[in-house]
Structures are given as C-alpha cells and as structure tokens.
Write a protein that binds this ligand. Structure first.
Ligand code: URA
Length: 237
C-alpha cells in the first residue's frame, strides 16, 4: 500500500514526521535508488527500498518505549559535538534507534521518555497535547511575596506567555524546594521562569510525566513502558 514517505520514515523509528519532512526536502531520502525531494511523495513500505541518510529503513521496526531516570551530567541528545556523555550510554541492551522525547538539561535529572515512535514523540512535544510534567526545584533563596503567583498565572518568555503553572512548596528553608507542574516544555523553561523572579534554580529534577513517576527507578536506570502505559500516553485509555 502506498503511503506518504514522511509517515513511513517516522513509523520506522528513524525520526519524527516533521524532521523526516526536512530530510526529504534536503535530498537525504531515496526510493529505489532515486532521490525524492517532493513532500507529497508516496512509497510502498512493503515493496520499495527506502534509504535515509545512506541507511535502508526497516519499515516495520519494533517500537520501543523507555522511561529513563537521567542522572545529572548526561546530555539528552543522541550525540554531542562536545563529547559529553549522552543518555544513549545508559541504554544497555537496547539495539533500536531510540531518541529522547524533549530535553532535560545537562545539569538536570529525572524522567525522560525515549522511543523510536516518531508519532508519539511528536504528539507529546506538541503544544496541543497538554501533557503535564512535574519538577522538583531547589532555589537559591525564598521567592519574594507574590512572585510565585506571577509564574503561576504566566509570564512572557520569548515574546509568548507561558501557560498557567502549578507551584507548591515542598521544603521551607533558606534554600527552599518547590514542586512545579507545567503543561509545556520550552527551552530551559523552569530555570528561566525562576530567574525571571530573581531566584536561580540550584537543582532541578523531573519527577513525573503525565501519570509516569520515578518510583522504582534509580538515577541511571530505565524500564520499558507497558502496552497499557503507551496507550494511556497516546490518550487512548
Ligand atoms: N526546564 C528547565 O529549565 N530545564 C530542564 O531540564 C527541564 C525543564
């Protein structure tokens, strides 16, 4: 059956559908030896030989869904030009080409979903999915009165207002801990929000993504998501 090329590439776990479109436009995709740069192009995953960046794709590659508890000191990309350790080094025994869904800073720790399912990755990263992510943060000092309410209502970051957030105190001391729940994941969002109110974040840990928690996962460990968890993440059950 003929299907759009970007859909076949995403389903094979090479990358997300949007990035697959970029690869097609950039001339990195061939079908039966011919370069295809037309975005609407279709192919038959069962019969055509589709090559992306010089590697033939396996159209029905096994889908893999992992939940990793990233330690501080790992970068959440597949490779790093500065040669810092990446989260890939933590995935012993996983042969599929999975990649992280979103980012956790080098200095942050906690939950990261890794998968080769481009459609799920796209969905989770889209603004429309509204998947809540919860962080525990240690602040350099107690925020001034009223400042947290500002963050909860939303502030302008990069010219766009942040979505309402939920913030509650966890440990009250000079360097207090708070729990922050966001439904979006913009670049360094938590750190930048607290910097904006004059309270730098000293530690940041993601402890929950939707209904998934770090229970039973020590830093550096990962587990496979169950089929039910994957269905729930996709919003079907
Ligand atoms: N927000 C940040 O600032 N850093 C992270 O790693 C995650 C969310």
């Amino acid at each position: 059956m003929q299907e759009r090329l970007q859909k076949i590439i995403a389903r094979a776990g090479v990358t997300s559908r949007r990035k697959a479109e970029g690869l097609i436009l950039a001339g990195c995709v061939t079908v039966n030896g011919r370069v295809v740069t037309q975005l609407g192009s279709k192919a038959d995953p069962a019969g055509d030989k589709i090559v992306v960046d010089g590697r033939a794709i396996r159209p029905h590659g096994q889908r893999v869904y992992l939940l990793l508890n990233k330690p501080v000191g790992y970068i959440s990309t597949v490779s790093d030009p500065e040669h810092r350790p990446t989260v890939m080094a933590l995935l012993r025994g996983i042969r599929e080409r999975v990649y992280p869904v979103g980012r956790l800073d080098y200095h942050s720790s906690g939950l990261l979903i890794m998968t080769n399912d481009g459609d799920l990755a796209n969905y989770l990263m889209s603004r429309a999915s509204l998947v809540p992510r919860t962080y525990q943060v240690k602040l350099a000092e107690q925020p001034a009165a009223g400042k947290l309410a500002l963050l909860e209502r939303g502030i302008a970051l990069d010219g766009r207002r942040t979505a309402p957030a939920r913030i509650r105190p966890l440990v009250r001391r000079d360097r207090p801990w708070y729990e922050v729940t966001l439904v979006e994941g913009r670049y360094h969002q938590v750190r930048r929000m607290f910097e904006r109110i004059g309270c730098p974040v000293l530690k940041l840990k993601r402890v929950r993504i939707a209904f998934l928690t770090d229970q039973g996962l020590r830093p550096g460990e990962f587990r496979h998501l169950s089929p039910r968890e994957v269905r729930r993440l996709k919003g079907h059950g």
